[in-house]
Design a protein around this ligand. Structure first.
Ligand code: ADP
Ligand code: MG
Length: 551
Protein backbone atom coordinates (compact mmCIF):
# COMPACT_ATOMS: atom_id res chain seq x y z
CA UNK A 1 0.00 0.00 0.00
CA UNK A 2 1.14 3.51 -0.71
CA UNK A 3 -0.09 7.01 -0.38
CA UNK A 4 -3.33 8.48 -1.63
CA UNK A 5 -4.09 12.16 -2.29
CA UNK A 6 -6.88 14.16 -0.74
CA UNK A 7 -8.36 14.64 -4.20
CA UNK A 8 -8.50 10.90 -4.80
CA UNK A 9 -9.91 10.23 -1.33
CA UNK A 10 -12.66 12.77 -1.98
CA UNK A 11 -13.55 11.09 -5.28
CA UNK A 12 -13.45 7.59 -3.80
CA UNK A 13 -15.55 8.57 -0.81
CA UNK A 14 -18.19 10.27 -2.92
CA UNK A 15 -18.40 7.27 -5.21
CA UNK A 16 -18.64 4.92 -2.28
CA UNK A 17 -21.48 6.98 -0.81
CA UNK A 18 -23.48 6.70 -4.02
CA UNK A 19 -22.74 10.16 -5.41
CA UNK A 20 -22.66 9.46 -9.14
CA UNK A 21 -22.77 12.95 -10.65
CA UNK A 22 -20.55 15.96 -10.17
CA UNK A 23 -21.30 19.33 -11.74
CA UNK A 24 -18.69 22.01 -11.56
CA UNK A 25 -16.13 24.37 -12.92
CA UNK A 26 -12.48 23.55 -12.38
CA UNK A 27 -9.56 25.82 -11.61
CA UNK A 28 -7.46 26.45 -8.51
CA UNK A 29 -7.42 24.33 -6.39
CA UNK A 30 -10.06 21.73 -7.34
CA UNK A 31 -8.90 20.51 -10.74
CA UNK A 32 -7.41 17.30 -9.19
CA UNK A 33 -10.77 16.45 -7.59
CA UNK A 34 -12.58 16.57 -10.92
CA UNK A 35 -9.89 14.44 -12.55
CA UNK A 36 -10.04 11.91 -9.70
CA UNK A 37 -13.84 11.86 -9.91
CA UNK A 38 -13.64 10.85 -13.56
CA UNK A 39 -11.06 8.22 -12.68
CA UNK A 40 -13.34 6.53 -10.14
CA UNK A 41 -16.36 6.62 -12.46
CA UNK A 42 -18.28 9.65 -11.25
CA UNK A 43 -19.82 11.46 -14.22
CA UNK A 44 -18.26 14.91 -14.25
CA UNK A 45 -20.19 17.63 -16.07
CA UNK A 46 -18.22 20.80 -16.66
CA UNK A 47 -20.59 23.76 -16.55
CA UNK A 48 -20.26 27.46 -17.40
CA UNK A 49 -21.40 29.06 -14.17
CA UNK A 50 -21.32 27.69 -10.63
CA UNK A 51 -24.91 28.74 -10.04
CA UNK A 52 -26.12 26.37 -12.72
CA UNK A 53 -23.81 23.65 -11.44
CA UNK A 54 -25.28 23.98 -7.95
CA UNK A 55 -28.84 23.90 -9.30
CA UNK A 56 -27.98 20.79 -11.30
CA UNK A 57 -26.53 19.00 -8.26
CA UNK A 58 -29.73 19.39 -6.25
CA UNK A 59 -32.03 18.44 -9.12
CA UNK A 60 -30.09 15.20 -9.48
CA UNK A 61 -30.44 14.75 -5.72
CA UNK A 62 -34.20 15.14 -5.86
CA UNK A 63 -34.62 12.88 -8.88
CA UNK A 64 -32.26 10.06 -7.87
CA UNK A 65 -32.45 10.08 -4.07
CA UNK A 66 -28.69 10.55 -3.69
CA UNK A 67 -27.15 14.04 -3.56
CA UNK A 68 -25.43 15.39 -6.63
CA UNK A 69 -22.06 17.02 -6.04
CA UNK A 70 -21.16 20.53 -7.08
CA UNK A 71 -17.46 21.34 -7.33
CA UNK A 72 -16.26 24.94 -7.37
CA UNK A 73 -13.07 26.92 -7.11
CA UNK A 74 -12.35 28.93 -3.98
CA UNK A 75 -13.80 32.32 -3.05
CA UNK A 76 -16.03 33.62 -5.85
CA UNK A 77 -16.69 30.12 -7.16
CA UNK A 78 -18.06 29.03 -3.80
CA UNK A 79 -20.04 32.25 -3.43
CA UNK A 80 -21.68 31.74 -6.84
CA UNK A 81 -22.76 28.27 -5.77
CA UNK A 82 -24.44 29.62 -2.64
CA UNK A 83 -27.39 30.46 -4.89
CA UNK A 84 -27.88 26.74 -5.28
CA UNK A 85 -27.36 25.99 -1.60
CA UNK A 86 -30.09 28.46 -0.68
CA UNK A 87 -32.41 27.01 -3.29
CA UNK A 88 -31.75 23.46 -2.11
CA UNK A 89 -32.41 24.46 1.49
CA UNK A 90 -35.73 26.06 0.59
CA UNK A 91 -36.81 23.14 -1.59
CA UNK A 92 -35.60 20.53 0.93
CA UNK A 93 -33.47 18.88 -1.75
CA UNK A 94 -30.15 17.14 -1.15
CA UNK A 95 -26.89 18.37 -2.63
CA UNK A 96 -23.26 18.48 -1.59
CA UNK A 97 -21.15 21.48 -2.39
CA UNK A 98 -17.42 20.88 -2.41
CA UNK A 99 -15.65 24.20 -2.36
CA UNK A 100 -11.99 24.62 -3.05
CA UNK A 101 -10.24 26.83 -0.50
CA UNK A 102 -6.90 28.52 -0.13
CA UNK A 103 -4.26 26.52 1.73
CA UNK A 104 -4.63 26.15 5.49
CA UNK A 105 -0.98 27.18 5.75
CA UNK A 106 -1.94 30.61 4.34
CA UNK A 107 -5.01 31.14 6.54
CA UNK A 108 -5.57 34.78 7.36
CA UNK A 109 -2.69 35.98 5.17
CA UNK A 110 -4.77 37.35 2.31
CA UNK A 111 -4.32 34.24 0.19
CA UNK A 112 -5.66 34.05 -3.38
CA UNK A 113 -9.47 33.85 -3.14
CA UNK A 114 -9.31 33.37 0.61
CA UNK A 115 -12.81 33.48 2.08
CA UNK A 116 -14.62 32.34 5.24
CA UNK A 117 -16.51 29.75 3.28
CA UNK A 118 -17.55 27.35 6.04
CA UNK A 119 -19.17 30.16 8.04
CA UNK A 120 -20.81 31.67 4.98
CA UNK A 121 -22.25 28.35 3.84
CA UNK A 122 -23.61 27.48 7.28
CA UNK A 123 -26.97 29.30 7.15
CA UNK A 124 -27.92 27.44 3.96
CA UNK A 125 -26.69 24.08 5.09
CA UNK A 126 -27.57 21.23 7.41
CA UNK A 127 -23.85 20.50 7.72
CA UNK A 128 -20.90 22.74 6.90
CA UNK A 129 -17.34 21.64 7.64
CA UNK A 130 -13.75 22.18 6.60
CA UNK A 131 -11.58 19.13 6.09
CA UNK A 132 -8.39 19.48 8.10
CA UNK A 133 -6.68 16.18 7.30
CA UNK A 134 -6.83 14.14 4.08
CA UNK A 135 -7.22 10.92 6.05
CA UNK A 136 -10.54 12.14 7.48
CA UNK A 137 -12.16 12.84 4.11
CA UNK A 138 -14.18 9.58 4.09
CA UNK A 139 -15.58 10.47 7.50
CA UNK A 140 -16.69 13.94 6.41
CA UNK A 141 -18.19 12.71 3.16
CA UNK A 142 -20.18 10.04 4.96
CA UNK A 143 -21.49 12.65 7.42
CA UNK A 144 -22.28 15.13 4.67
CA UNK A 145 -24.17 12.63 2.54
CA UNK A 146 -26.06 11.36 5.58
CA UNK A 147 -27.14 14.85 6.59
CA UNK A 148 -28.24 15.66 3.05
CA UNK A 149 -30.75 12.81 2.80
CA UNK A 150 -31.70 11.81 6.37
CA UNK A 151 -34.58 13.65 8.00
CA UNK A 152 -35.67 16.68 6.00
CA UNK A 153 -33.28 16.66 3.05
CA UNK A 154 -31.09 19.64 2.34
CA UNK A 155 -27.76 21.11 1.34
CA UNK A 156 -24.35 20.30 2.86
CA UNK A 157 -20.95 21.91 2.41
CA UNK A 158 -17.39 20.59 2.57
CA UNK A 159 -14.44 22.96 2.38
CA UNK A 160 -11.37 21.52 0.67
CA UNK A 161 -8.22 23.62 1.10
CA UNK A 162 -5.49 23.36 -1.50
CA UNK A 163 -3.07 21.62 0.87
CA UNK A 164 -5.71 19.03 1.78
CA UNK A 165 -6.51 18.34 -1.87
CA UNK A 166 -2.83 17.92 -2.68
CA UNK A 167 -1.96 16.40 0.68
CA UNK A 168 -1.59 12.67 1.12
CA UNK A 169 -2.57 9.98 3.57
CA UNK A 170 -1.16 6.50 4.12
CA UNK A 171 -3.64 4.26 2.39
CA UNK A 172 -3.35 1.69 5.16
CA UNK A 173 -4.40 4.29 7.72
CA UNK A 174 -7.49 5.54 5.92
CA UNK A 175 -10.82 4.30 7.28
CA UNK A 176 -13.49 3.98 4.59
CA UNK A 177 -17.10 4.07 5.73
CA UNK A 178 -19.64 1.74 4.17
CA UNK A 179 -22.29 3.27 1.92
CA UNK A 180 -24.97 4.72 4.13
CA UNK A 181 -28.31 3.05 3.51
CA UNK A 182 -31.45 4.78 2.25
CA UNK A 183 -32.98 7.01 4.93
CA UNK A 184 -34.80 4.93 7.54
CA UNK A 185 -38.58 5.24 7.23
CA UNK A 186 -40.43 6.24 10.37
CA UNK A 187 -44.13 5.79 11.03
CA UNK A 188 -46.61 7.99 12.87
CA UNK A 189 -48.33 7.26 16.19
CA UNK A 190 -51.10 4.72 15.44
CA UNK A 191 -53.68 6.75 17.39
CA UNK A 192 -52.91 9.76 15.18
CA UNK A 193 -53.51 7.68 12.10
CA UNK A 194 -56.94 6.76 13.45
CA UNK A 195 -57.59 10.37 14.43
CA UNK A 196 -56.74 11.50 10.91
CA UNK A 197 -59.27 9.10 9.42
CA UNK A 198 -61.89 10.06 12.04
CA UNK A 199 -61.47 13.70 11.09
CA UNK A 200 -61.68 13.00 7.36
CA UNK A 201 -64.92 11.08 7.90
CA UNK A 202 -66.50 14.19 9.46
CA UNK A 203 -65.53 16.43 6.53
CA UNK A 204 -68.07 17.90 4.19
CA UNK A 205 -65.50 19.51 1.92
CA UNK A 206 -62.37 17.40 2.27
CA UNK A 207 -59.20 18.04 0.30
CA UNK A 208 -55.84 16.26 0.01
CA UNK A 209 -52.80 18.37 -0.88
CA UNK A 210 -49.81 16.47 -2.24
CA UNK A 211 -46.43 18.20 -1.96
CA UNK A 212 -42.97 17.46 -3.20
CA UNK A 213 -42.04 15.87 0.13
CA UNK A 214 -44.19 12.93 -0.97
CA UNK A 215 -42.39 12.83 -4.30
CA UNK A 216 -39.05 12.80 -2.50
CA UNK A 217 -40.29 10.02 -0.23
CA UNK A 218 -41.42 8.00 -3.25
CA UNK A 219 -44.86 7.65 -1.71
CA UNK A 220 -46.73 7.74 -5.03
CA UNK A 221 -48.10 4.18 -4.90
CA UNK A 222 -49.38 4.62 -1.35
CA UNK A 223 -50.88 8.03 -2.09
CA UNK A 224 -52.65 6.69 -5.18
CA UNK A 225 -54.02 3.76 -3.20
CA UNK A 226 -55.28 6.12 -0.54
CA UNK A 227 -56.93 8.56 -2.94
CA UNK A 228 -58.51 5.84 -5.02
CA UNK A 229 -59.84 4.03 -1.96
CA UNK A 230 -61.16 7.17 -0.27
CA UNK A 231 -62.16 8.96 -3.50
CA UNK A 232 -60.98 12.21 -1.92
CA UNK A 233 -60.42 15.23 -4.16
CA UNK A 234 -56.77 16.23 -4.34
CA UNK A 235 -54.67 19.20 -5.30
CA UNK A 236 -50.99 19.04 -6.22
CA UNK A 237 -48.51 21.74 -5.29
CA UNK A 238 -46.36 22.96 -8.21
CA UNK A 239 -43.76 20.21 -7.84
CA UNK A 240 -46.14 17.83 -6.11
CA UNK A 241 -47.59 17.43 -9.61
CA UNK A 242 -47.37 13.86 -10.85
CA UNK A 243 -47.55 12.08 -7.49
CA UNK A 244 -51.07 11.62 -8.81
CA UNK A 245 -51.69 11.93 -12.54
CA UNK A 246 -52.72 15.54 -13.28
CA UNK A 247 -55.45 14.07 -15.49
CA UNK A 248 -56.94 11.99 -12.70
CA UNK A 249 -60.69 12.65 -12.34
CA UNK A 250 -60.23 13.42 -8.63
CA UNK A 251 -57.79 16.25 -9.34
CA UNK A 252 -59.16 19.69 -8.47
CA UNK A 253 -56.28 21.53 -10.12
CA UNK A 254 -58.66 23.35 -12.45
CA UNK A 255 -60.56 24.80 -9.48
CA UNK A 256 -57.63 25.43 -7.16
CA UNK A 257 -58.77 28.68 -5.56
CA UNK A 258 -62.23 27.39 -4.76
CA UNK A 259 -60.89 24.11 -3.39
CA UNK A 260 -58.52 25.91 -1.02
CA UNK A 261 -61.06 28.49 0.01
CA UNK A 262 -63.91 26.14 0.85
CA UNK A 263 -62.21 22.98 2.12
CA UNK A 264 -63.14 22.22 5.74
CA UNK A 265 -60.62 19.42 6.34
CA UNK A 266 -57.27 19.36 4.54
CA UNK A 267 -54.88 16.43 4.57
CA UNK A 268 -51.57 18.17 3.91
CA UNK A 269 -48.99 15.64 2.75
CA UNK A 270 -45.33 16.63 2.41
CA UNK A 271 -46.13 20.26 1.68
CA UNK A 272 -45.75 23.43 3.69
CA UNK A 273 -48.30 26.13 4.35
CA UNK A 274 -45.90 28.80 3.12
CA UNK A 275 -46.46 31.48 0.47
CA UNK A 276 -47.21 28.89 -2.21
CA UNK A 277 -50.25 27.81 -0.22
CA UNK A 278 -51.05 31.33 1.01
CA UNK A 279 -49.89 30.37 4.56
CA UNK A 280 -53.10 28.38 5.00
CA UNK A 281 -54.80 31.60 6.06
CA UNK A 282 -57.97 33.48 5.12
CA UNK A 283 -59.05 34.81 2.71
CA UNK A 284 -57.47 32.06 0.58
CA UNK A 285 -58.41 29.38 3.12
CA UNK A 286 -61.50 28.78 5.19
CA UNK A 287 -60.85 30.31 8.63
CA UNK A 288 -62.15 27.15 10.34
CA UNK A 289 -60.33 24.61 8.20
CA UNK A 290 -58.92 21.66 10.13
CA UNK A 291 -55.51 20.37 9.12
CA UNK A 292 -54.07 16.87 9.14
CA UNK A 293 -50.38 17.41 8.54
CA UNK A 294 -47.94 14.76 7.40
CA UNK A 295 -44.30 15.83 7.50
CA UNK A 296 -40.95 14.30 8.30
CA UNK A 297 -39.96 17.41 10.19
CA UNK A 298 -41.62 17.66 13.61
CA UNK A 299 -40.76 21.37 13.74
CA UNK A 300 -42.86 21.94 10.63
CA UNK A 301 -46.06 20.81 12.34
CA UNK A 302 -48.42 23.69 13.10
CA UNK A 303 -46.45 26.29 11.17
CA UNK A 304 -48.68 29.26 10.29
CA UNK A 305 -51.80 27.45 11.33
CA UNK A 306 -52.58 24.96 14.11
CA UNK A 307 -52.56 21.31 13.14
CA UNK A 308 -55.43 19.12 14.38
CA UNK A 309 -53.69 15.83 13.63
CA UNK A 310 -49.91 15.58 13.23
CA UNK A 311 -48.47 12.64 11.33
CA UNK A 312 -44.75 12.97 11.85
CA UNK A 313 -42.55 10.69 9.83
CA UNK A 314 -41.82 9.42 6.37
CA UNK A 315 -44.49 9.94 3.72
CA UNK A 316 -44.34 6.48 2.21
CA UNK A 317 -44.29 4.70 5.57
CA UNK A 318 -47.15 6.73 6.99
CA UNK A 319 -49.36 6.41 3.93
CA UNK A 320 -49.03 2.65 4.02
CA UNK A 321 -50.00 2.82 7.71
CA UNK A 322 -52.99 5.00 6.80
CA UNK A 323 -54.02 2.61 4.03
CA UNK A 324 -53.89 -0.29 6.41
CA UNK A 325 -56.04 1.52 8.96
CA UNK A 326 -58.42 2.46 6.17
CA UNK A 327 -58.84 -1.20 5.27
CA UNK A 328 -60.64 -1.78 8.56
CA UNK A 329 -63.14 0.99 7.90
CA UNK A 330 -64.44 0.59 4.35
CA UNK A 331 -65.04 4.35 4.32
CA UNK A 332 -64.92 6.49 1.20
CA UNK A 333 -66.07 9.97 0.31
CA UNK A 334 -69.37 9.69 -1.58
CA UNK A 335 -69.60 10.34 -5.31
CA UNK A 336 -72.52 12.70 -5.24
CA UNK A 337 -71.89 15.63 -2.91
CA UNK A 338 -72.39 19.40 -3.22
CA UNK A 339 -68.61 19.77 -2.81
CA UNK A 340 -67.79 17.67 -5.85
CA UNK A 341 -70.45 19.50 -7.83
CA UNK A 342 -69.13 22.92 -6.83
CA UNK A 343 -65.60 21.92 -7.83
CA UNK A 344 -66.57 20.55 -11.21
CA UNK A 345 -68.73 23.58 -11.98
CA UNK A 346 -65.90 25.92 -11.10
CA UNK A 347 -63.46 23.89 -13.20
CA UNK A 348 -65.80 24.09 -16.19
CA UNK A 349 -66.24 27.82 -15.68
CA UNK A 350 -62.48 28.36 -15.58
CA UNK A 351 -61.99 26.26 -18.70
CA UNK A 352 -64.61 28.29 -20.55
CA UNK A 353 -62.91 31.49 -19.51
CA UNK A 354 -59.57 30.61 -21.07
CA UNK A 355 -61.00 28.91 -24.16
CA UNK A 356 -60.98 32.11 -26.28
CA UNK A 357 -57.23 32.37 -25.76
CA UNK A 358 -56.68 28.80 -26.98
CA UNK A 359 -58.78 29.60 -30.02
CA UNK A 360 -57.05 32.85 -30.93
CA UNK A 361 -54.79 32.26 -33.96
CA UNK A 362 -53.62 35.84 -34.34
CA UNK A 363 -49.94 36.79 -34.68
CA UNK A 364 -48.05 37.32 -32.43
CA UNK A 365 -49.56 34.63 -30.31
CA UNK A 366 -50.46 34.29 -26.60
CA UNK A 367 -49.43 31.78 -23.90
CA UNK A 368 -52.48 29.54 -24.15
CA UNK A 369 -52.45 29.34 -27.94
CA UNK A 370 -48.77 28.42 -27.89
CA UNK A 371 -49.34 25.81 -25.18
CA UNK A 372 -52.20 24.31 -27.20
CA UNK A 373 -49.54 22.93 -29.57
CA UNK A 374 -46.81 22.40 -26.99
CA UNK A 375 -48.85 20.21 -24.60
CA UNK A 376 -49.66 17.35 -26.99
CA UNK A 377 -46.11 17.50 -28.41
CA UNK A 378 -44.49 16.66 -25.08
CA UNK A 379 -43.72 12.91 -24.91
CA UNK A 380 -45.36 10.93 -22.09
CA UNK A 381 -42.07 10.07 -20.46
CA UNK A 382 -40.60 13.57 -20.64
CA UNK A 383 -39.23 15.45 -17.68
CA UNK A 384 -40.61 18.97 -17.72
CA UNK A 385 -38.70 22.04 -16.58
CA UNK A 386 -40.59 25.30 -16.22
CA UNK A 387 -39.18 28.74 -15.58
CA UNK A 388 -40.42 32.28 -15.93
CA UNK A 389 -43.29 34.34 -14.59
CA UNK A 390 -46.40 33.86 -16.72
CA UNK A 391 -44.66 31.10 -18.65
CA UNK A 392 -44.19 29.09 -15.51
CA UNK A 393 -47.54 29.91 -13.87
CA UNK A 394 -49.60 29.17 -16.95
CA UNK A 395 -47.33 26.25 -17.79
CA UNK A 396 -48.04 24.72 -14.40
CA UNK A 397 -51.73 24.69 -15.16
CA UNK A 398 -51.43 23.36 -18.72
CA UNK A 399 -48.40 21.04 -18.85
CA UNK A 400 -49.46 17.65 -17.61
CA UNK A 401 -47.46 15.42 -15.28
CA UNK A 402 -48.34 11.77 -15.05
CA UNK A 403 -45.54 10.62 -12.78
CA UNK A 404 -43.72 12.10 -9.79
CA UNK A 405 -40.37 13.94 -9.81
CA UNK A 406 -40.87 14.90 -13.44
CA UNK A 407 -41.59 18.56 -12.93
CA UNK A 408 -38.78 20.92 -11.95
CA UNK A 409 -39.36 24.63 -11.59
CA UNK A 410 -38.51 27.77 -9.64
CA UNK A 411 -39.92 26.07 -6.55
CA UNK A 412 -40.21 27.25 -3.00
CA UNK A 413 -37.51 29.89 -3.36
CA UNK A 414 -39.06 31.24 -6.59
CA UNK A 415 -35.63 31.16 -8.21
CA UNK A 416 -35.14 32.51 -11.70
CA UNK A 417 -31.99 30.95 -13.08
CA UNK A 418 -32.60 27.29 -12.29
CA UNK A 419 -33.60 26.52 -15.87
CA UNK A 420 -30.60 25.21 -17.76
CA UNK A 421 -29.00 23.72 -14.63
CA UNK A 422 -32.14 21.64 -14.08
CA UNK A 423 -32.27 20.76 -17.78
CA UNK A 424 -28.69 19.50 -17.77
CA UNK A 425 -29.31 17.53 -14.57
CA UNK A 426 -32.52 15.97 -15.88
CA UNK A 427 -30.77 14.90 -19.07
CA UNK A 428 -27.68 13.37 -17.51
CA UNK A 429 -29.65 11.52 -14.84
CA UNK A 430 -32.17 10.23 -17.42
CA UNK A 431 -30.18 9.66 -20.61
CA UNK A 432 -32.93 7.63 -22.24
CA UNK A 433 -35.67 10.17 -21.82
CA UNK A 434 -36.53 13.50 -23.39
CA UNK A 435 -36.34 16.64 -21.29
CA UNK A 436 -38.61 19.52 -22.23
CA UNK A 437 -38.11 23.00 -20.87
CA UNK A 438 -40.70 25.72 -21.29
CA UNK A 439 -39.06 28.97 -20.32
CA UNK A 440 -39.70 32.68 -20.41
CA UNK A 441 -37.26 34.84 -22.35
CA UNK A 442 -36.01 36.70 -19.30
CA UNK A 443 -35.68 33.41 -17.41
CA UNK A 444 -33.54 31.66 -20.02
CA UNK A 445 -31.13 34.57 -19.86
CA UNK A 446 -29.98 33.70 -16.36
CA UNK A 447 -28.50 30.37 -17.41
CA UNK A 448 -28.39 30.66 -21.22
CA UNK A 449 -24.68 29.98 -21.45
CA UNK A 450 -25.36 26.40 -20.34
CA UNK A 451 -26.74 25.88 -23.83
CA UNK A 452 -23.08 25.30 -24.68
CA UNK A 453 -22.93 22.61 -21.98
CA UNK A 454 -26.04 20.96 -23.40
CA UNK A 455 -24.49 20.95 -26.87
CA UNK A 456 -21.11 19.68 -25.65
CA UNK A 457 -22.80 16.65 -24.06
CA UNK A 458 -25.35 16.40 -26.89
CA UNK A 459 -28.17 16.25 -24.35
CA UNK A 460 -31.68 15.38 -25.51
CA UNK A 461 -33.21 18.62 -24.30
CA UNK A 462 -35.92 20.45 -26.15
CA UNK A 463 -36.30 24.02 -25.02
CA UNK A 464 -39.23 26.24 -25.85
CA UNK A 465 -38.81 29.93 -25.12
CA UNK A 466 -42.07 31.84 -24.85
CA UNK A 467 -40.62 35.17 -25.84
CA UNK A 468 -42.57 38.26 -24.92
CA UNK A 469 -39.56 40.55 -24.88
CA UNK A 470 -39.29 41.28 -21.22
CA UNK A 471 -39.77 40.42 -17.59
CA UNK A 472 -43.49 39.78 -17.55
CA UNK A 473 -43.87 41.27 -21.02
CA UNK A 474 -42.26 43.91 -23.16
CA UNK A 475 -43.19 46.63 -25.61
CA UNK A 476 -43.20 46.25 -29.40
CA UNK A 477 -40.34 48.70 -29.84
CA UNK A 478 -37.69 49.79 -27.41
CA UNK A 479 -37.29 53.45 -26.59
CA UNK A 480 -34.40 54.91 -28.58
CA UNK A 481 -32.79 55.90 -25.31
CA UNK A 482 -32.11 52.63 -23.43
CA UNK A 483 -31.91 54.57 -20.17
CA UNK A 484 -35.53 55.59 -20.59
CA UNK A 485 -36.80 52.12 -21.49
CA UNK A 486 -38.97 50.76 -18.65
CA UNK A 487 -36.90 48.39 -16.48
CA UNK A 488 -38.76 45.15 -17.33
CA UNK A 489 -38.26 45.44 -21.08
CA UNK A 490 -35.73 43.34 -22.96
CA UNK A 491 -34.99 43.00 -26.66
CA UNK A 492 -38.18 42.21 -28.54
CA UNK A 493 -37.72 39.24 -30.85
CA UNK A 494 -34.30 38.32 -29.43
CA UNK A 495 -32.90 35.29 -31.28
CA UNK A 496 -32.38 32.72 -28.51
CA UNK A 497 -32.67 30.10 -31.26
CA UNK A 498 -29.46 31.47 -32.79
CA UNK A 499 -27.66 30.92 -29.48
CA UNK A 500 -28.57 27.27 -29.74
CA UNK A 501 -27.41 27.13 -33.37
CA UNK A 502 -24.17 28.85 -32.46
CA UNK A 503 -23.13 25.91 -30.29
CA UNK A 504 -24.31 23.23 -32.69
CA UNK A 505 -27.90 22.56 -31.64
CA UNK A 506 -31.12 23.03 -33.60
CA UNK A 507 -32.84 26.39 -33.44
CA UNK A 508 -36.16 27.59 -34.85
CA UNK A 509 -37.95 30.91 -34.74
CA UNK A 510 -41.75 30.92 -34.74
CA UNK A 511 -43.57 34.16 -35.43
CA UNK A 512 -46.93 32.73 -36.54
CA UNK A 513 -48.55 30.08 -34.33
CA UNK A 514 -49.50 28.20 -37.50
CA UNK A 515 -45.80 27.33 -37.88
CA UNK A 516 -45.40 26.08 -34.32
CA UNK A 517 -46.25 22.37 -34.73
CA UNK A 518 -43.75 21.89 -37.56
CA UNK A 519 -40.98 23.65 -35.64
CA UNK A 520 -41.68 21.56 -32.56
CA UNK A 521 -41.60 18.36 -34.60
CA UNK A 522 -38.23 19.26 -36.12
CA UNK A 523 -36.87 20.08 -32.68
CA UNK A 524 -38.00 16.72 -31.29
CA UNK A 525 -36.63 14.83 -34.29
CA UNK A 526 -33.21 16.48 -33.97
CA UNK A 527 -30.63 14.27 -32.27
CA UNK A 528 -29.51 16.67 -29.57
CA UNK A 529 -30.42 19.98 -27.97
CA UNK A 530 -33.00 22.13 -29.71
CA UNK A 531 -34.57 25.49 -28.98
CA UNK A 532 -37.84 26.80 -30.39
CA UNK A 533 -38.17 30.54 -29.94
CA UNK A 534 -41.85 31.47 -29.97
CA UNK A 535 -42.56 35.17 -30.32
CA UNK A 536 -45.48 36.18 -28.11
CA UNK A 537 -47.57 39.27 -28.03
CA UNK A 538 -45.72 41.40 -25.45
CA UNK A 539 -49.11 42.26 -23.96
CA UNK A 540 -50.23 38.64 -23.58
CA UNK A 541 -50.92 37.78 -19.98
CA UNK A 542 -52.57 35.45 -17.62
CA UNK A 543 -55.82 36.99 -16.53
CA UNK A 544 -58.51 36.91 -19.20
CA UNK A 545 -59.75 40.42 -18.48
CA UNK A 546 -56.30 41.70 -19.37
CA UNK A 547 -56.61 40.32 -22.86
CA UNK A 548 -57.54 42.58 -25.69
CA UNK A 549 -60.40 40.39 -26.90
CA UNK A 550 -62.15 40.93 -23.59
CA UNK A 551 -62.01 44.68 -23.81
P1 ADP B 1 -44.36 21.88 -1.79
O1 ADP B 1 -43.53 22.95 -2.42
O2 ADP B 1 -44.71 20.78 -2.70
O3 ADP B 1 -45.50 22.45 -1.03
P2 ADP B 1 -42.57 21.87 0.40
O4 ADP B 1 -41.16 21.89 -0.04
O5 ADP B 1 -43.17 23.14 0.85
O6 ADP B 1 -43.43 21.17 -0.72
O7 ADP B 1 -42.73 20.86 1.59
C1 ADP B 1 -42.16 19.61 1.52
C2 ADP B 1 -42.24 19.04 2.91
O8 ADP B 1 -41.99 17.66 2.81
C3 ADP B 1 -41.22 19.64 3.87
O9 ADP B 1 -41.85 20.21 4.98
C4 ADP B 1 -40.39 18.42 4.26
O10 ADP B 1 -40.04 18.43 5.62
C5 ADP B 1 -41.31 17.27 3.95
N1 ADP B 1 -40.62 16.01 3.68
C6 ADP B 1 -39.37 15.81 3.22
N2 ADP B 1 -39.08 14.52 3.15
C7 ADP B 1 -40.17 13.86 3.57
C8 ADP B 1 -40.49 12.49 3.75
N3 ADP B 1 -39.63 11.52 3.45
N4 ADP B 1 -41.71 12.18 4.23
C9 ADP B 1 -42.60 13.15 4.53
N5 ADP B 1 -42.36 14.44 4.40
C10 ADP B 1 -41.16 14.81 3.93
MG1 MG C 1 -40.72 37.55 -20.87
Amino acid sequence: MGKVTGAMLMAQSLKLQGVDYMFGIVGFPVQPIAAAAQEVGIKYIGMRNEQSASYAAQAVGYMTGRPGACLTVSGPGVIHAFAGLANAKENCWPMILIGGASAVSQNGMGAFQEERQVELAAPYCKYSHAVEDPARIPYYVEQAVRHSIYGRPGAVYLDMPDDIIQGEAEESEVVHYPEIPEPPRTQAMPENVEAALDLLETAENPLVITGKGMAWSRAEDEVRDFIEKTQLPFLATPMGKGIMDDDHPLSVGAARSLALQKADVIFLMGARLNWILHFGLPPRFNKDVKIIQLDISAEAIGTNRPTQVPLVGDGKAIMSQVNQALGNRQWFYPADTPWRKAISEKAAENAAMIQPMFDDDSTPTNYYRALKDIVPWIPEDAIIVGEGANTMDIGRTQLQNKRPRERLDAGTYGTMGIGMGFVVAACVANPDRPVVSVSGDSAIGFSGMEIETACRFNLQCKIVVLNNGGIGGGIPELNKDPYKTPPPYLTVGARYDKMMEAFGGFGALVNDPADLPAALEKAMAFDGPALVNVILDPAAGRKPQEFKWHT
